[in-house]
Write a protein that binds this ligand. Structure first.
Ligand code: NAD
Ligand code: MG
Length: 383
């Protein structure tokens, strides 16, 4: 088998580092071409020295000298800046680009990779939230595949392999409920950043961990699912499943439901996105039924966790609204992490932004960039 050329955008993050573990276990099947990071120069240098990619990019230009000097003797090309991300993904040697960077910053490199005909292993859900229509349309025109890395979407993808000609009636995205499951609005008034960062089942980057606590993550995943699987909003449901063993479910037109199960471990969906249509033998820990005698399910509380409702609203509103919600949420989550606002302010400001920008439309990448920018300024002014 010829090796698949692999680029990992955001290699220093939670998904990125786990992707490198997957790569290491299967280095006979992949050629590591590109690694990139935002500002963690030390880890990027360490990774580059260990895995010897052809090229690395550090998005933060202030770190360029440091990375360049550290890697000059290793014959690794070093670039800096955000434009470089969009350029390196087009390298001939690359077959698949894993987008493991966080937020709106993933949009341009993902589009650029699609333009160059690269397949995408998509972790960066924000890209599909803000530009789902443009991204999926262009991917189709270019004949490239978008393989989901998000565990819920990977589960659905794994359930529909071999069923592509069968219609999906509906899907259930499972949600753990996060650290604040069962709490009331009153309880949430006083929760701290440390509590919000303490996810019961998954160890992830800070932004998605806060999104999981506020159920924004599930809201973003609803919109992500709509685009990945070509569904109507009414075909997507969310069910809280605190054990995180069923990673999502698909119901077909005959009423049959399929689910994909396993321990919560992102390495499996990362690997499947890279190995599809094959499954590679792995040593990931195996599920043991005796450890989980009770698998439970409950309805999400969309009144307390308003972000989930806002996402459904955004999905059904004008075509700029998911971009508005995403931009507002990136700003509010950052402000919460900097302890400038309270936990409940995240959804409150997100809602204000949706009201302020109601009816917004954006039908090109340039318009989305402009809209994202205006929403950020507006929300900044509220904070
Ligand atoms: P993280 O914060 O741990 O890592 C983010 C990576 O992206 C780092 O390498 C960072 O250097 C880079 N990066 C951040 N901002 C950047 C920018 N502006 N420009 C260029 N590079 C930038 O995040 P994560 O938890 O690994 O999540 C990455 C993406 O995967 C997110 O979209 C998240 O929603 C999605 N995701 C993560 C998980 C998980 O388990 N961590 C699960 C499902 C989906
Ligand atoms: Mg997920």
């Amino acid at each position: 088998m010829e090796k698949r050329g692999l680029a990992i955008l955001g290699s220093t993050g939670s998904i990125g580092t786990q992707a490198l573990e997957v790569f290491e276990a299967h280095s006979d099947k992949f050629e590591l071409v590109v690694l990139t990071a935002n500002s963690n120069a030390a880890l990027l240098i360490e990774q580059a020295k260990k895995y010897l990619p052809n090229t690395v990019v550090i998005a933060d230009e202030n770190r360029f000298e440091e990375v360049k000097n550290a890697l000059w003797e290793d014959d690794i090309k070093v670039f800096a800046g955000k434009e470089a991300l969009s350029q390196v993904v087009q390298m001939d040697e690359i077959e698949i680009v894993l987008t493991a960077l966080v937020g709106f910053a993933g949009l341009e490199p993902t589009m650029s990779a699609i333009e160059a005909g690269k397949n995408i292993a998509l972790a960066n859900k924000e890209t599909l939230v803000v530009a789902g229509e443009l991204v999926t349309q262009r991917a189709q025109e270019k004949g490239v595949n978008i393989y989901p890395v998000d565990s819920e979407h990977s589960a659905i993808f794994q359930c529909i392999v071999g069923e592509f000609h069968n219609k999906i009636e509906k899907i259930y995205l499972t949600a753990s409920g996060g650290p604040f499951r069962g709490k009331t609005t009153e309880d949430l008034k006083s929760v701290t950043k440390a509590q919000a960062l303490n996810h019961p089942n998954w160890d992830m980057g800070a932004k998605i961990t806060i999104d999981s606590a506020s159920l924004m993550n599930k809201g973003l995943e609803v919109i992500e699912a709509k685009w990945l699987f070509g569904l109507k909003p009414e075909q997507i449901d969310v069910i809280v499943h605190p054990q995180s063993i069923l990673h999502s479910l698909v119901q077909f037109e005959d009423g049959s439901i399929k689910s994909q199960m396993g321990l919560p471990d992102m390495k499996l969906p990362i690997q499947f996105a890279l190995s599809y249509p094959d499954r590679f033998k792995s040593d990931f820990p195996r599920f043991n039924f005796a450890d989980f005698p009770n698998l439970t399910f409950e309805q999400p509380d969309k009144d307390t966790f308003k972000n989930l409702q806002l996402a459904f609203d955004a999905m059904g509103a004008s075509n700029g609204m998911p971009c508005v919600l995403n931009a507002a949420n990136e700003v509010t989550v950052q402000a919460f992490l900097e302890e400038k606002i309270q936990f409940l302010d995240i959804a409150n400001y997100n809602e204000k932004a949706m009201i302020h920008f109601s009816g917004s439309s954006a039908s090109s990448i340039q318009e989305l960039i402009a809209l994202d920018d205006s929403v950020r300024s507006y929300v900044d002014s509220l904070i």
